[in-house]
Design a protein. Structure first.
Length: 103
């Protein structure tokens, strides 16, 4: 991985103060979409709805695992797998990708 020098960060308000001090604060995601006659406001609204709120984020992994999976189409969900084992699998993945939590 590479680390972008703080002097090369955007000068605008898109980089919050805490990010400049955090261990991995220089990480940033940008999404570019190309479309003909796309409704930019509708796309932005849909993407904004997909973001978690601060309260949801702070609730942690234990809370996230209780959420309904609204991404995987019902006809594509594995058959014969109990909710508990699916949640356990998601928990293992989430725990491997997220920082340690008291949850």
């Amino acid at each position: 991985h590479t680390k972008l020098a703080a002097t090369d960060w955007p000068a605008d308000a898109q980089v919050p103060g805490w990010a400049r001090k955090a261990e991995h604060g220089d990480r940033r995601q940008e999404l570019g979409l190309v479309g003909m006659d796309a409704d930019e406001k509708a796309v932005r609204k849909a993407l904004d709805r997909a973001l978690v709120t601060t309260r949801e984020f702070e609730a942690g992994i234990a809370s996230w695992l209780k959420w309904e999976d609204r991404v995987t189409p019902k006809d594509k969900k594995p058959k014969g797998v109990s909710t508990a084992s699916t949640k356990q699998q998601r928990s293992s993945v989430a725990c491997a990708q997220c920082p340690a939590s008291s949850d």
